[in-house]
Ligand binder design. Sequence first.
Ligand code: ATR
Length: 294
Amino acid sequence: MSNMQQIDSYTTLFGVIGDPIRHSKSPVMMNRAFRETGINGVYAAFHITTETLPDFIRGVRAMNIRGVNVTIPHKLNVMELLDRIDQGAAAIGAVNTIVNDNGILTGYNTDGIGYVRSLKEETFADLAGKTITVIGAGGACRGIVYTLLQEKPKKLTIVNRTAEKAEELAQSLSFYCPVGTELDASSTEELATLCTDADIVINTTSVGMHPHTGISPLDSLWLNPQATVSDLIYNPLQTELLRLAELRGCKTHNGLGMFIYQGAYAFEYWTGKSAPVQAMRETVMLSLSAQTSK
Ligand code: ATR
């Protein structure tokens, strides 16, 4: 590519670690962001296991790798190997971004803020005073609920197949719930009513994800046609839930934006420059369509 920055002795190193990692779209997205902004950086994918994680972190210090994204299964385990944990990441209990300041490694979590920025920018939603129903209570849900609470919704209800997990999550995040916001937990028995009452319904479960694409976590007849429906899944880009919600007249939002913006925040923490979000999105879309046409 003609505008590709030459890799030379000044090139700054970045990467993503996970197990598995070869499916990751982060390298194409982040390298495009570096090219677009003229930053002399290169971003690679490292297949790191639980056993090699401590060695990898020593390598980050030794090689002065400036930034690392962390994905499954290291988001929790990596925390004890870092020097500092950002307040938000500590509250969420997971790190997805490491910033290396001359050997001082700080862990951040950009998943929740990435998701909320994407939701607000792509649906023009003002979340203050809104009623939000979040389906699921897993790892991805936690950062999202923590960040949504800071937007001061009127009410946020976590609904999960295993109701105890929803209760536990709501309990553990109640400390971060602002005055005037009601944080609740519920079983799926209440899902119909909770969908009907919601301004925003968010699916954080894996229901509808590739390869089990024909299923939805709820009946779209429960949805208020004025509501916004958001799905964290981006493979496929339009899940069964979003397809039915759109037919119902709802505004819809897929998980691609969360992926783009979690990367955008990481880019901004590492470089101090604003991320070229449009170019990043374009690159990921191209990469996804190349994959599905294979
Ligand atoms: P992640 O870290 O991606 O959030 P996770 O921690 O495994 O993944 O959580 C998956 C979430 O999807 C859970 O809330 C799970 O519900 P349970 O706690 O009851 O297991 C939910 N989930 C997965 N498959 C589901 C299904 N078929 N129906 C309803 N909920 C499902």
